[in-house]
Design a protein around this ligand. Structure first.
Ligand SMILES: [Zn+2]
Ligand SMILES: [Zn+2]
Length: 381
C-alpha cells in the first residue's frame, strides 16, 4: 500500500492531509501554518493561523485582528496525525522553516530562507528531512553574495560622501526585513536617519518585541526636509522618485537587493547606486542548504525553478518544480511587471549548465498579492 505524501501541492497551497492544515496558503483555508509575515506567505482570510512568537507581532500589524496562535522555535505541536515544529529560516526576524513529521517521514517547507546570519534574524538552522521544499529566487551561479561587512562598508561610505557633498541619501529597501537590516548596519555617527512611514511602522513593531534598532526620525508631512540635508532616508522602493522624496532637494538614491548583482537591472533602475544585499540564499547557499537536509526529494517553488530543479536532478536528487503563488525578492511593483524571460538559453535539450543561463529576473507567474491595509510599496518578498 502506498502511503499518502506528508505534504501535497493543491490549488490553495501546500497541504498536509494527515493534519488537515495548509502551509502559507494563497486561498482562504481553515487552518494555516505561516513561515513568515511577507505578503505572499501570510495572507488574510484564513480561519486560524499558527506562526512563531517572533513572527506574530508583524503578522498582527499587517493582517489586523486574526485568530493567531504562536509557538517557540523547536516546540513540537501535534496536529491530527502530524507533528509540526518551526525552525529558523534566517530570512527576516521571526521567519521559519516548517517541519512536518507523519509516521516517521519528515518533510520541511522552508518558505524563503538565507543561511548567512544578518545580525537581526534568528540564524538559519539546517533540518534533516526526507523531502525539502525550497525556493530558488537566486538559483543561478551568478548570484554570489559578498560578506555583509563589505556591503555595509559600501553603504556607509556612500552615505558619508553624499553628506559631505550636501546630498540626502535615499535607500530603497522593502519595509519588513531589508529596511531594518540596512538600518541596523548604518553608522549612526555619520548623520540622522529618517524613515518612510511604512518602514517606521514596522520598526515600531520590532522595537516593541525587543529588537534593537538605531534611532530614527519618521518623515511626516510637516517635517522640514531641507533641515535634514545629508540625512539617510530609508523608504520602500516605490516611494523613491515620487513627490515624497523630491522635497529633500539634492539627493542620491541607492537600492539594496540581490537583483543589484545584475548589471541590466541596475542600469534600468533610476538609482545611482546598487547594493547587493538579499534576504534570500545565493547559489552556494541554496546548494549547501539542500545538501545539509540529507533529503532525496526536493520541490522547487519559486524563482529560477525549471533550471534549478534540472540542476538538482543532475546532482542526483529527485527534484521537481511545483506551481505556487510565492514570489522572490521584489524591487517594487514595477519591476514585478517586467516581462523578462527567465533563463531560456539553457532550456534546450542536454545537460544544464546554470552558468550559461541568461540571468534575468524570472517573470512572475502569479498575480501581485493583495496589498494588506498596513503595508505600502512592498508586496511579495
Ligand atoms: Zn519573504
Ligand atoms: Zn516569498
Amino acid at each position: 500500500m502506498t502511503r499518502e505524501p506528508v505534504l501535497t501541492f493543491t490549488e490553495r497551497g501546500i497541504y498536509c492531509p494527515a493534519g488537515d492544515f495548509y502551509i502559507d496558503p494563497w486561498r482562504p483555508v481553515d487552518r494555516a501554518l505561516i513561515t513568515h509575515g511577507h505578503a505572499d506567505h501570510a495572507r488574510d482570510g484564513m480561519g486560524r493561523y499558527l506562526a512563531t512568537h517572533a513572527a506574530g507581532p508583524v503578522m498582527r500589524h499587517r493582517l489586523g485582528d486574526i485568530a493567531l496562535e504562536t509557538v517557540a522555535y523547536g516546540e513540537v505541536r501535534r496536529i491530527g496525525d502530524a507533528s509540526v515544529s518551526f525552525h529558523p529560516a534566517g530570512h527576516v526576524p521571526g521567519s521559519a522553516q516548517i517541519r512536518v513529521e507523519v509516521g516517521g517521514e519528515v518533510w520541511v517547507a522552508s518558505g524563503d530562507y538565507k543561511t548567512t546570519p544578518d545580525g537581526l534574524s534568528e540564524a538559519f538552522e539546517p533540518v534533516r528531512c526526507h523531502a525539502f521544499i525550497t525556493e530558488s529566487t537566486f538559483g543561478l551561479p551568478v548570484f554570489k553574495w559578498k560578506p555583509q561587512d563589505e556591503v555595509v562598508a559600501e553603504i556607509n561610505e556612500w552615505w558619508r560622501t553624499n553628506r559631505e557633498a550636501g546630498r540626502t541619501s535615499f535607500i530603497g529597501a522593502y519595509s519588513l526585513g531589508k529596511a531594518q537590516r540596512v538600518l541596523a548596519s548604518l553608522d549612526a555617527s555619520i548623520g540622522p536617519i529618517l524613515t518612510h512611514g511604512a518602514v517606521e511602522n514596522t520598526n515600531a513593531v520590532m522595537r516593541a518585541q525587543g529588537i534593537t534598532l538605531p534611532d530614527t526620525v519618521r518623515v511626516t508631512p510637516d517635517l522640514d526636509a531641507k533641515a535634514h540635508a545629508g540625512a539617510m532616508v530609508i523608504a520602500p522602493p516605490s516611494a523613491l522618485g515620487s513627490n515624497w522624496s523630491r522635497r529633500f532637494g539634492a539627493a542620491s538614491t541607492g537600492f539594496a537587493s540581490g537583483w543589484m548583482a545584475l548589471r541590466g537591472i541596475r542600469r534600468r533602475r533610476s538609482g545611482d547606486r546598487g547594493f547587493v544585499m538579499s534576504d534570500h540564499a545565493d547559489w552556494d547557499e541554496l546548494n549547501r542548504a539542500i545538501a545539509e537536509t540529507g533529503a532525496e526529494r526536493i520541490f522547487v517553488t519559486h524563482g529560477y525553478t525549471a533550471i534549478f530543479a534540472r540542476w538538482l536532478n543532475e546532482q542526483g536528487y529527485d527534484a521537481a518544480v511545483v506551481e505556487t503563488e510565492y514570489e522572490g525578492e521584489s524591487l517594487d511593483a514595477e519591476a514585478e511587471a517586467e516581462p523578462s524571460e527567465a533563463n531560456v538559453s539553457a532550456e534546450d535539450e542536454g545537460k544544464v549548465d546554470p552558468n550559461e543561463a541568461v540571468a534575468t529576473k524570472p517573470a512572475s507567474k502569479s498575480k501581485s498579492p493583495k496589498k494588506n491595509k498596513n503595508t505600502s510599496g512592498d508586496a511579495g518578498e
